[in-house]
Design a protein around this ligand. Structure first.
Ligand SMILES: [Zn+2]
Length: 138
């Protein structure tokens, strides 16, 4: 299985280009396998060294995800990251977001509201695609 890149590997700082072609199946398979193996709630392709704007959140692949707006309260939440094993961080995040993303074949674009836990997970994973770890705390 492909390895998870861990801090302070510089590849975690890489900012992938927008995906303009369907994501190869083997990359999707790797994300699914690593996510399952680690009981991960979310995973970004860059954590596996793939330079794709791709995240997997609670079983949903989101390609070229973009947070369109933030709403709700800003509340502290506990977060972990597979790339920083064994540590827990408290991060303040908005409880509600609207995210726009494409499906892995790029055929469909969704704009979806999310609230609660999943909203925080999406924000964490989208941060990865900006080369940001733990909201810039490290
Ligand atoms: Zn992470």
């Amino acid at each position: 299985m492909v390895n998870i890149i861990t801090y302070p590997d510089k590849r975690l700082k890489s900012i992938p280009h927008v995906c303009r072609a369907p994501v190869p199946q083997e990359i999707l398979d790797d994300l699914l396998a690593v996510s399952k193996e680690n009981n991960a709630l979310g995973l970004a392709a860059t954590q596996l060294g793939y330079n794709y704007r791709l995240i997997l959140v609670l079983g949903i692949f989101m390609v070229n995800p973009e947070i369109r707006s933030y709403a709700g309260n800003r509340v502290p939440c506990k977060e972990c990251c597979l790339s920083i094993p064994g540590k827990e961080f408290t991060i303040v995040r908005n409880t509600r977001i609207i995210v726009r993303y494409q499906t892995t074949d790029l055929e469909t674009m969704y704009e979806q509201k999310y609230g609660g836990r999943i909203s925080g997970i999406i924000q964490h994973e989208v941060d990865h695609l900006q080369g940001i770890l733990i909201n810039g705390q490290i």
